[in-house]
Ligand binder design. Structure first.
Ligand SMILES: O=c1ccn([C@@H]2O[C@H](COP(=O)(O)OP(=O)(O)O[C@H]3O[C@H](CO)[C@@H](O)[C@H](O)[C@H]3O)[C@@H](O)[C@H]2O)c(=O)[nH]1
Ligand SMILES: O=C(O)[C@H](O)COP(=O)(O)O
Length: 308
């Protein structure tokens, strides 16, 4: 698949002109991001709600935070929903994908722009860059961010290129199972935009499999050319320790496997890691949640962009 070439971030005027009556929702999933979520919300709000009327709603989905994420996000100007309070009749599930899936039920946008809440280097042009192809080309269903992503050391200085799960898991998986998606520069980017019609009709892994699942599903349904990429420059975020990337890797792999047919993926997998203590190598098992939410359109009462 010739993934569209990287396009430069589009100028605000052109994007605003192309918006017309299209409703735009920006959604920020956040779990324990009190240090950074305020900047992300304030930046988007000032640039694209107060100065230029591009974004119709700005929603933070608080994903079981135990810190002041919700309070900080609200003070910065976001509408905040606790993920577990959305569709309260359903038992809540943990994870980023759950937060994005729940956002479909509390937003009204025809297009949704997702931004991670842990960004430390980013710009408000992320929003216009991601919206540009969706607003100007009816054949585009999903837009992925492309960027340089440094791996920052503890002092905040660049150590090497980031994207450990991207390089060691996502790209090899795409090479093996979806070579038509090998042109994606940052398949796991948390910054992406999608038409509601494309996201609400797909099942959504509750964890970190949400991004790769959306790519595979959109390519299967609309063709790989329905995925566009935009070059947003440089992006830096808070890094996980490598051992906490293990569960993320399992979720990314499970999302691809469950779309490959064959044996069903279990609801949970046990990932055993080892810690070297005075008593030798001690197992540290973790249960990784591999469940998926059904397409939002199948949930009774789903408003399809009309928030009840
Ligand atoms: O249970 C969770 C976990 C994370 N998040 C939020 O999701 C975003 C990304 O999470 P993070 O743990 O920072 O992921 P990364 O290490 O940055 O992982 C990359 O790769 C993941 C797997 O594809 C993507 O989901 C991420 O967006 C992408 O940045 C952040 O705003 C988190 O606060 C939640 O809302 N709920
Ligand atoms: O996208 C990824 O590969 C993970 O978020 C890890 O990124 P990092 O190696 O830059 O922390």
């Amino acid at each position: 698949m010739p993934v569209r070439p990287v396009e430069p971030a589009r100028a605000a005027d052109a994007v605003l002109a192309a918006k017309g009556a299209t409703r735009v929702s920006v959604v920020v999933p956040a779990r324990d991001e009190e240090d950074t979520v305020g900047d992300v919300v304030r930046g988007v709000r000032r640039a694209w709600m107060e100065q230029v009327p591009l974004v119709d709603e700005l929603v933070v989905v608080d994903s079981d935070s135990t810190d002041r994420t919700a309070e900080v996000a609200r003070a910065a100007g976001a509408t905040v929903h606790a993920a577990r309070d959305v569709l309260p009749d359903l038992p809540p599930l943990p994870g980023k994908g759950e937060a994005l899936w729940k956002s479909l039920h509390v937003t009204s946008g025809d297009v949704l722009v997702f931004l991670d809440a842990d960004l430390v280097e980013w710009g408000v042009h992320f929003v216009t860059g991601l919206l540009g192809p969706l607003l100007t080309d009816r054949d585009v269903a999903l837009v992925k961010a492309v960027y340089d992503r440094p791996l920052l050391g503890p002092d905040g200085r660049e150590v090497e290129a980031g994207g450990r799960v991207t390089e060691l898991v996502a790209r090899p998986l795409l090479a093996l199972h979806h070579p038509e998606l090998a042109g994606l520069v940052q398949p796991l980017a948390g910054e992406w935009a999608v038409r509601r019609a494309a996201f609400e009709t797909a099942s959504v892994p509750v964890g970190y499999g949400v991004e790769i699942a959306a790519l595979v599903d959109v390519a299967a349904r609309y063709g790989p050319d329905a995925i566009a990429q935009v070059d947003l420059g440089r992006r830096a975020h808070r890094h996980h320790r490598h051992d906490t990337l293990g569960p993320m890797a399992v979720q990314v792999m499970a999302a691809v496997r469950s779309r490959a047919g064959g044996e069903p993926v279990p609801e949970r997998a046990e990932l055993v890691q080892y810690a070297h203590t005075g008593e030798g190598h001690q197992p540290r098992p973790r249960l990784v949640d591999l469940r998926e939410r059904p397409p939002a359109v199948e949930v009774p009462g789903y408003g399809g962009g009309v928030v009840r």
